[in-house]
Design a protein around this ligand. Structure first.
Ligand SMILES: [Zn+2]
Length: 439
């Protein structure tokens, strides 16, 4: 059997990297679950040579992934700061005020929309995880508990959303604070860190288009494929992450749904992401001449992507051997330390850590535990590897020789926070893009 591209429906024939089979990266285990088997799903990424979209075929149902999502954005201070700066910049650039409407898709617990609300800009969140949507509502962020698609997008703008059930007939909810915000299109649609995570890309993109006012702006943030390939960030591949974008591929997907990319920025989140600015292809001429005029950054980045070879399928064949090298380096390091009687423990329990540890076959014999700041994760176990997650204090109590930082994108912040490790001669290590002991 062969898979087909979720955008252009061409058969997927070129493997970018095959990471074997693994459990869903965010399905942390309760202690009693250790007695049960765990479902493993293939984790093999493909390049569509027709449209250049790198993707994981949808294998696990979207409901299983998103219906009770454990990730609450508000726990990371650097993430909040990123969101705050984003809202300030867009509010100024696009003149958003009390007469505007900002709609965020996959709005989580409202961590980003709160900054618009605090500045007096009306906001509406659309969040598929019902437990997370309720947290947002309780924090005073009007939120609709739905998956976005063409139908939901159109119903929001038409003010015809049925509050009792969603488009699939499932229970979904929104509280009375959301009702007055229905029936109008958005001046800004925020789709940060969701575009990579939607299984039905076409329906979702149509939903984004449906939400947008004629002169409105859509911003999308997604990890940049060029950085993933260049810096061997293979651990950012996991089941919840269906699509991996170059601007070349994203521009094509958006254009097919009546959306024009008019600006792009490179932002540091998730190891290097693109912030893509879009307008409707029928935006008023006066707007496209000024506020929504196409910026040189778009052509400049497309040129760089072509120079890197992202328009040539052969380029993608260089990736898998570099990934295999990371595995050999990490295992060699861990085995060498174990043979010498030295201890290595983990820091962090991010999704990317699960991809790394499961692909490399690391188990508690080589990494006896990891620690995490989130109380939701402490006391649970990493899926697949079944490595226990403890509170950060466990590091000071056990004084390991090495701390393997799993969220390598936060390595400076973590090494700083945990600087006490150096007091007993402990050192920090990262595995990606190559095994490195930090100075
Ligand atoms: Zn395709």
């Amino acid at each position: 059997m062969s898979y087909v591209c979720r955008f252009c429906a061409a058969p997927l024939e070129q493997v970018v990297v095959d990471l074997g089979a693994a459990p869903l990266a965010n399905s942390y285990l309760e202690p009693e679950a250790l007695l049960e088997p765990e479902a493993h799903h293939p984790l093999c990424t493909f390049l569509c040579t027709g449209c250049l979209l790198v993707q994981l075929p949808a294998m696990a149902s979207a409901e299983a992934i998103f219906s009770d999502y454990a990730y609450f954005s508000s726990y990371s201070s650097s993430w909040l700061e990123h969101a705050r700066r984003y809202t300030e910049a867009q509010r100024r650039r696009f003149g958003l005020d009390e007469g505007s409407l900002v709609v965020e898709v996959a709005s989580n617990d409202g961590y980003l929309l709160q900054y618009f609300r605090d500045a007096g800009v009306p906001v509406l969140g659309i969040e598929p995880a019902s437990n997370v949507a309720r947290v947002a509502e309780q924090a005073g962020i009007p939120t609709i508990n739905r998956f976005l698609g063409a139908e939901v997008g159109a119903a929001v703008v038409a003010g015809e959303l049925d509050p009792s059930c969603d488009s699939r007939g499932d229970a979904g909810h929104f509280d009375s604070s959301a009702a007055p915000l229905l029936g109008r299109a958005a001046d800004l649609v925020v789709a940060n860190n969701v575009f990579a995570h939607v299984p039905d890309l076409r329906d979702f993109t149509a939903g984004l288009r449906a939400l947008l006012a004629p002169g409105g702006v859509l911003t999308i943030e997604a990890p940049h494929l060029m950085r993933l390939l260049d810096e061997v960030q293979f651990d950012t591949i996991y089941h919840e992450h269906f699509s991996y974008y170059s601007l070349l591929a994203a521009q094509r997907v958006l254009a097919a749904h009546g959306l024009v990319v008019f600006d792009v920025e490179e932002v540091p989140t998730h190891g290097g992401s693109l912030r893509i600015f879009c307008r409707r292809d029928d935006a008023p001429e006066a707007e496209t001449a000024e506020r929504l005029a196409t910026r040189p950054a778009v052509d400049e980045l497309l040129r760089r992507e072509r120079r890197y070879g992202l328009d040539d399928p052969a380029t993608y064949r260089h990736f898998a051997p570099r990934v295999a090298a990371v595995k050999r380096q990490l295992l060699s390091f861990l085995i060498e330390q174990a043979d010498a009687g030295r201890t290595v423990v983990g820091y962090g329990a991010p999704a990317k850590g699960n991809t790394l540890l499961n692909y490399c076959g690391v188990r508690p014999d080589l990494l006896p535990f990891t620690v995490d700041l989130s109380p939701h994760k402490q006391g649970r176990f990493l899926p697949g590897s079944r490595i226990p997650i403890r509170a950060p204090e466990a590091i000071a109590e056990t004084r390991p020789d090495f701390v393997l930082i799993l969220p390598w994108n936060l390595r400076a912040e973590i090494a700083e926070q945990m600087s006490a490790v150096r007091s007993w001669g402990g050192r920090f290590v990262v595995a990606v893009p190559r095994l490195t002991v930090l100075d």
